[in-house]
Design a protein around this ligand. Structure first.
Ligand SMILES: NC(=O)c1ccc[n+]([C@@H]2O[C@H](COP(=O)([O-])OP(=O)(O)OC[C@H]3O[C@@H](n4cnc5c(N)ncnc54)[C@H](OP(=O)(O)O)[C@@H]3O)[C@@H](O)[C@H]2O)c1
Length: 438
């Protein structure tokens, strides 16, 4: 990996002024020996790389341009850790547009309140980087009773992203980058979602792999659903950052083995942040219409396992996660008081197809009702003899009134195909039964 050619470098980060970026897990270990990847993500998003005296590889001096900073929201669970990073960045760069907003991905109530805070303070979001993650931790459950790795890495980010769609839609173009891993290849047969929180089937690596396959499947399905809804301005992609020297291996091995592994196998945290920075900032993503894709170091399209490239798996995961959220999110299930309210809800991804079908049916019914009224009106102005539909359809009419015969025929066929108002009410009740993220 460390020998891969760099398709994207820090100098390629464009002007991000006026943009707002959310980075989950944007803190790790500032005071530790390792250079934390997440610190770099935030710093580079802030163009911290351009501090005075720094030089590009070609020797050219980097010029500081603090006016190019985006507003960065550090979505972290521990304020004290985030504040250290914020202060450090401010000291280095003078960037005052850094904000800590509490987010604990182990709690859906926390995600909900995070989203509410963001919606109160910000009119739009340009970049959402779903970066936080845990790896190979001992079995545990989130406060919602979902297995820790699946809850943190997938479910909470799914909820966060779908809730932020309205704000992502408000930016001229926006990016969602979900950090997956090549570890997703560890899922060999199926995701076994029904047993995802079952301690008897728990495997540290197996569940990490499932959560990372879920990141890719979620991204693909999100993009598909955005396209179906005609939402074109959101570029959602996933990536593998590389095998990076970070705190992620904390549950993996002892400190000695970790340092040997880090020295021999890993890339620097700076390099590890390049691929998500490419997907989050490079203009190329838009010119090449990179959507629903999986990228690897350093900003190259990557290959996805067969499990993570299956459309059926993507749909199954989406439906499963939505059902889980309906069950777990505080205040759910939310019911809409009117069918129209449901149709207008921007977050109702699950009912997208149903909505489209119902709207289509309603239009047909409206058209048919107009036809029936027109036919009734024409019948009252020119009365016709009572004939059976069969007879009316026959070319041998008793009185040879061809105009009336065809009107009767048309009326009968229209009445036969028009759904009864009872059937329509049933469909509407079914639609109301679906819930949407609140
Ligand atoms: N490092 C690699 O080699 C590698 C390879 C492939 C993929 N990845 C992916 O890259 C991403 C970043 O990993 P990393 O290497 O930077 O790991 P890291 O140094 O351990 O950072 C993980 C970050 O996630 C945060 N986090 C964990 N649980 C959280 C929760 N419940 N709520 C909010 N934040 C939480 C951590 O916050 P705290 O400091 O509060 O714990 C930390 O800031 C992960 O998604 C990982 O799967 C990494």
């Amino acid at each position: 990996m460390f020998w891969s050619k760099k398709h994207f470098e820090f100098k390629d980060i464009p002007d991000l002024s006026g943009k707002t970026a959310i980075i989950t897990g944007a803190n790790t270990g500032v005071s530790s020996n390792t250079t934390p990847q997440n610190k770099n993500l935030t710093l580079y998003l802030c163009n911290w790389i351009d501090w005075p005296g720094m030089r590009y590889r070609n020797g050219e001096e980097r010029v500081p341009h603090s006016s190019l900073f985006p507003c960065s929201i550090m979505a972290c669970r521990t304020e004290s850790k985030a504040q250290v990073v914020i202060e450090e960045i401010q000291k280095e760069t003078g960037n005052s547009q850094l904000e800590f907003v509490a987010l604990d991905l182990m709690s859906l109530a926390s995600v909900k309140s995070f989203v509410e805070t963001i919606k109160e303070k910000h009119a739009k979001i340009d970049i959402l980087m779903n970066n936080a993650g845990v790896m190979m931790c001992p079995y545990g459950l989130s406060s919602d009773g979902i297995e820790t790795q699946f809850a943190t890495n997938h479910v909470a980010h799914f909820y966060l992203t779908t809730q932020l769609i309205p704000l992502l839609q408000k930016a001229p173009t926006s990016r969602v980058v979900t950090v997956s891993s090549m570890g997703h290849r560890g899922v060999l047969s199926n995701m076994d979602l029904e047993n995802i929180s079952n301690p008897k089937t728990y495997g540290r690596f197996g569940h990490y792999a499932k959560s990372k396959a879920a990141n890719i499947l979620f991204t693909r399905e999100l993009d598909k659903r955005l396209q179906e809804k005609g939402i074109q301005n959101i570029y959602a992609n996933s990536n593998h950052p590389g095998v990076v020297r970070s705190d992620l291996t904390r549950h993996l091995m002892g400190s000695f083995l970790t340092s040997v592994y880090d020295t021999l196998m890993t890339i620097t945290t700076e390099d590890g942040s390049l691929t998500q920075l490419y997907l989050a900032t490079s203009p190329e993503v838009e010119t090449a219409k990179v959507k629903g894709q999986y990228y690897v170091p350093f900003g190259e399209a990557g290959c996805v396992s067969s499990v993570a490239s299956s459309d059926a798996n993507a749909k199954e995961l989406w439906d499963f996660t939505e059902t889980l959220l309906k069950e777990k999110v505080p205040g759910r299930p939310q019911r809409f008081s009117t069918y129209q309210e449901h149709l207008q809800c921007p977050n109702c991804f699950s009912v997208g197809t149903l909505k489209a079908q119902l709207l289509e049916k309603e239009l047909i019914i409206e058209q048919q009702q107009q036809e029936i009224s027109a036919l009734k009106a024409s019948l009252t102005t020119s009365p016709i003899p009572a004939v059976s539909p069969g007879l009316a359809a026959s070319k041998h009419s008793p009185n040879g009134d061809w105009a009336n015969q065809s009107r009767v025929q048309q009326l009968h066929s229209t009445l036969a195909t028009a759904p009864t108002s009872r059937a329509l009410k049933k469909q509407q009740a079914a639609a109301r039964h679906f819930t949407a993220p609140s």
